[in-house]
Design a protein around this ligand. Sequence first.
Ligand code: F6R
Ligand code: MG
Ligand code: MG
Length: 366
Amino acid sequence: MSITLSVIKADVGGYVGHSESHPDILAKAREHMDKAKKEGLLIDYHVTKCGDDLQLIMTHQHGEGDEKIHKLAWDTFVDCTQVAKKLKLHGAGQDLLSDAFSGNVRGMGPGVAEMEFEERAAETIIIFMADKTSSGAWNLPLYKMFADPFNTIGLVIADNMHGGFSFEVHDIKEHKKITFNAPEEIYDLLVFIGAPSRYMVKSVYHRGSGEIAAASSTQRLSLIAGRYVGKDDPVCIVRSQGDFPAVGEVLEPFTLPLLVEGWMRGSHHGPLMPVAIEDSTPTRFDGPPRVVALGFQLSGGKLVGPRDMFADKSFDNARQQANDIADFMRRHGPFEPHRLPLEEMEYTTMPQVSEKLEGRFIALAD
Ligand code: F6R
Ligand code: MG
Ligand code: MG
């Protein structure tokens, strides 16, 4: 049975500030999803949140980029924005960059990760969702899951994974893509994906079968809008077990609270903290950035679950480390490398301050 899994998300308003989603927003989104399920457009859905981002997890049989599914998501976000406006939530509709839907939500603000596949006898899926960070945050975890034998022992000792995986990488500045084969091209791959503000892993494939293994959202809101409109707060779908990394291999990379771009005003480096859904409430300096993971088994497209994978106690140390790193980074205040390099900051006063001080800059004598 061919199933499409679409995860489409947007920040349509925060409560309080940018720290959480209001329950009324989630309730309104569920109304829309429920109607679409009753009408047969969706097989199933799950509505959730990560911080101030509303997450629509949908299964259907209409393929990737389908206009009806994208319109459903768009209309849901627009209607939820009305709820946000009524409650005067902060930044109501902040990720909806256009007034009118034009066939597909890509490029309009919301983040999208989608994949179509033949449902296996047991289809294990993990959906990662992050807040207060940007799309490149998945590069390191995806590399570890699918190319690093120190993370994924299956690459070494499981016959069905020993042939490796291929990585589709997008250059989001030049709008180009390239595919690398792991393990033999990992050094070339790392030249690019080690620079996650520009090169992002869009998808991963099992080389033996060509099956899709992972798909991420690579939208960069600031590039779409040409100005700061909030961080991308990306999502990523990973298939697990069998030909793919086991659940424990998929989650293991997040025991490292890796440094990502985002946090306060989208302009800082901070540790990515793995948390349960209810703890995706970034309040300390609007952070630190969070990642949640929901696990499902699919049954004829029905979403059996979720299990809140980072609720597990075995991620306590990662959370403790993330808090320690957050303390350490914060002590740098407005200095790099806590503050992002000039060209990556989402907020800046540099043009105005430079203009004001123009006459005071004096050329240095050689
Ligand atoms: C970061 C984020 C927040 C806001 C900050 C200022 O992605 O959303 O850190 O940048 O709270 O928000 P505004 O400009 O909406 O007052
Ligand atoms: Mg927000
Ligand atoms: Mg957000």
